[in-house]
Design a protein around this ligand. Structure first.
Ligand code: PGA
Length: 253
């Protein structure tokens, strides 16, 4: 049984003070059972946020990481710095791929390093609008998954987020059918690399314009284990509501 996940990616938003205020208003999700609640604030807010959630069931993630453990890499953050602070790390987000030229090869190195340092990667994959319109979604996503996981032995320390790029921050989410089909493809791709049994243990989330109005449509699907939430995770009430709705639906099943 996979535990559902609602993960908030705050991206490059919130000052340290704002992050502290936001997380204080989210602490009430502590009481919601049966859903993993993960928040991924900017690096500079990891420590103060960690201090606030320490005695709660909320878990912490980072938004990126470099693939070497230390050295002359000005401005980068290493797995050693992160594994003292958090359990999860988002890797290969489409904004990193698009604006910071991250390749599947780099992302694969990051995934390997994260696992080596006991961090759980949240590996993001997804197609552009052009790729969707030219019916390349299946090729693109299965390639991103197999290259992202190349050379990695079967592990259950992994989360995958399917985030179609055209759905991120646009207010236009994928349809439930699109999300479900692609997530099934991702699981089948992992099954081919590892085994059916192992593929069944991996949580696969949908991300892209999820909010409190549409979250139930997605989490009602057995294949969809939760959501990676951007914009809506910056509003405490909305995030809390999404966690509660997910718990209600998944715990009923
Ligand atoms: P969004 O972002 O929910 O604002 O579309 C999702 C993400 O990029 O993880």
């Amino acid at each position: 049984m996979r535990t559902p996940i609602i993960a908030g990616n705050w991206k490059m938003n919130t000052s340290v003070n704002e992050a502290v205020e936001l997380v204080k208003r989210m602490l009430q999700v502590d009481r919601v059972k049966g859903v993993k609640k993960i928040i991924c604030p900017p690096f500079v807010s990891l420590v103060p946020v960690k201090n606030l959630i320490e005695n709660s069931s909320i878990e912490l993630g980072a938004q990126n990481m470099y693939f070497e453990e230390k050295g002359a890499m000005t401005g980068e953050i290493s797995p050693i710095m992160l594994n003292e602070l958090c359990r999860y790390v988002i890797l290969g987000h489409s904004e990193r791929r698009q604006y910071f030229a991250e390749t599947d090869e780099m992302i694969n190195k990051k995934v390997k390093t994260a696992i080596r340092f006991n961090l759980v990667p949240i590996l993001c994959v997804g197609e552009t609008l052009k790729e969707k319109e030219t019916e390349k979604t299946r090729d693109v996503v299965s390639r991103q998954v197999s290259r992202g996981l190349e050379g990695i032995n079967a592990t259950d320390s992994l989360v995958i987020a399917y985030e179609p790029i055209w759905a991120i921050g646009t207010g236009k989410s994928a349809s439930v059918a699109e999300a479900t089909n692609t997530i099934s493809l991702i699981r089948a791709t992992i099954e081919k690399m590892w085994s059916r049994e192992k593929a069944e243990t991996i949580s696969i989330l949908y991300g892209g314009s999820t909010n409190k109005q549409n979250i139930t449509e997605f989490v009602r699907q057995d294949e969809i284990d939760g959501a990676l939430v951007g914009g809506a995770s910056l509003k405490a009430d909305e995030f809390v509501d999404m966690v509660k709705q997910t718990a209600e639906i998944k715990n009923k099943a």
